[in-house]
Design a protein around this ligand. Structure first.
Ligand SMILES: NC(=O)c1ccc[n+]([C@@H]2O[C@H](COP(=O)([O-])OP(=O)(O)OC[C@H]3O[C@@H](n4cnc5c(N)ncnc54)[C@H](O)[C@@H]3O)[C@@H](O)[C@H]2O)c1
Length: 340
């Protein structure tokens, strides 16, 4: 257990992909955990294994009074709740603004008013926009190319403001493309990884938007959890910081497809479709600041992380064919196509 075990933690979006992995780790480290989630994309079964150890509050971050109540007595808030989709933000900007901007403002306000010590905000590499540099540093000029990226940039500005206004420590973690078990294949991010694997296991071809030479920085969800735990361990150490959280390595979609072939998937074709609006061409992180300040160190090798997702999805499929395991229903939407 860490020195700061026994912290009272609130995880907004804790029933989602990233949030639920974080909840697992916080419980394992001996913290008290409450989850605040409206279950729009999150699932109760993602956190059910913890039973009554984790308090579940079904609520919406647009509801200020519910948030104010949820923040009472908390030491730290991990704010993960969001409409986490570039494509959705282009299709329906208003909903993205309501949740990711108004809702995020509510989270900062409620946490500050409840005298929460530290708020860790899930920002995104989408704040950088089209890359004109070989890799993004935290001080690289920001020019979001989607309403989603813009909404995350506003979230960071809330962070900068509230760190001073409420004297609350704020850490903004700019995640790159996270992948791992429990990720919905319809996610816009490394959802491309779970989507591809779903399709390959269903003997379907892969759809790639554009030529496939676009690059992404795929970071395993276990490493993202590590960054959040390191931020928690640094509670009280600085007032406000923005940190890139990625693997520090870039891979093209074609390289991802090759890595899947190396895992034994051989019999499929790749179908190319036109680029999608809002999608970035390249994305690559410089993570030196997080390494230095937090001691962050990505530990999961890409091929191991990929093999783990294959095993997870294969197991889901098998249990859906036999008796479904409680808590892990099989989700399949292989016709949905997305790139990171
Ligand atoms: N997955 C990635 O690669 C990635 C990359 C960059 C940033 N992020 C950010 O990380 C966070 C987590 O992303 P994820 O991939 O786990 O997405 P996710 O969709 O799995 O999780 C988001 C969670 O927020 C909940 N939620 C949505 N709207 C809500 C609302 N109005 N009130 C309360 N709860 C609400 C959902 O039900 C879900 O459980 C998001 O803030 C996302 O923008 C993710």
């Amino acid at each position: 257990m860490s020195e700061l075990s026994g912290m009272n933690c609130l995880v907004t979006g804790g029933a989602g992909f990233v949030g639920s992995h974080l909840v697992d780790a916080l419980v394992a480290e001996g913290h008290q955990v409450s989850v605040f989630d409206n279950l729009s994309t999150g699932k109760r079964y993602n956190i059910m294994r913890h039973g009554t150890k984790v308090e579940f509050i079904q609520g919406d971050i647009r509801d200020m009074s519910a948030l104010a109540q949820a923040c009472q007595g908390k030491d730290i808030v991990f704010h993960k709740a969001a409409i986490a989709s570039v494509a959705e933000s282009v299709r329906d900007p208003q909903s993205t603004y309501e949740v990711n901007i108004l809702g995020t403002g509510n989270v900062f306000e409620a946490a500050g008013a409840a005298k929460v010590k530290h708020l860790v905000f899930a920002s995104s590499a989408a704040v950088y926009g089209p890359m004109e540099y070989p890799e993004c540093h935290e001080d690289t000029p920001l020019q979001p190319a989607s309403q989603y990226g813009l909404s995350k940039l506003v979230g960071e500005q809330y962070g900068r403001f509230y760190a001073g206004f409420h004297n609350m420590q704020v850490t903004c973690l700019r995640y790159f493309n996270i992948y791992g078990a429990r990720q919905s294949p319809s996610s816009d991010y490394a959802g491309v990884i779970s989507l591809f694997i779903h399709n390959l296991l269903a003997n379907k071809n892969l759809i790639v938007f554009g030529d496939g030479n676009q690059t992404r920085d795929f970071v395993n969800v276990a490493d993202v959890v590590q960054a959040n735990l390191k931020a928690l361990a640094n509670t009280g150490q600085y007032p406000f910081e923005i940190l890139n959280i990625g693997s520090g390595q870039k891979r093209s979609l074609l390289a991802l497809i090759e890595a899947l072939r190396d895992l034994g998937f051989q019999r499929f074709d790749v179908e190319h479709r036109p680029d999608r609006r809002g999608d970035l061409r390249h994305s690559s992180s410089n993570i030196n600041k997080a390494k230095k300040l937090l001691g962050f160190c990505p530990a999961v090798a890409f091929k191991d992380g990929l093999a783990e997702v294959v095993d997870y999805i294969r197991l889901q499929k098998e249990s859906s064919m036999g008796s479904l395991q409680a808590g892990e229903p099989f989700v399949n939407d292989p016709d949905k196509a997305c790139n990171a």
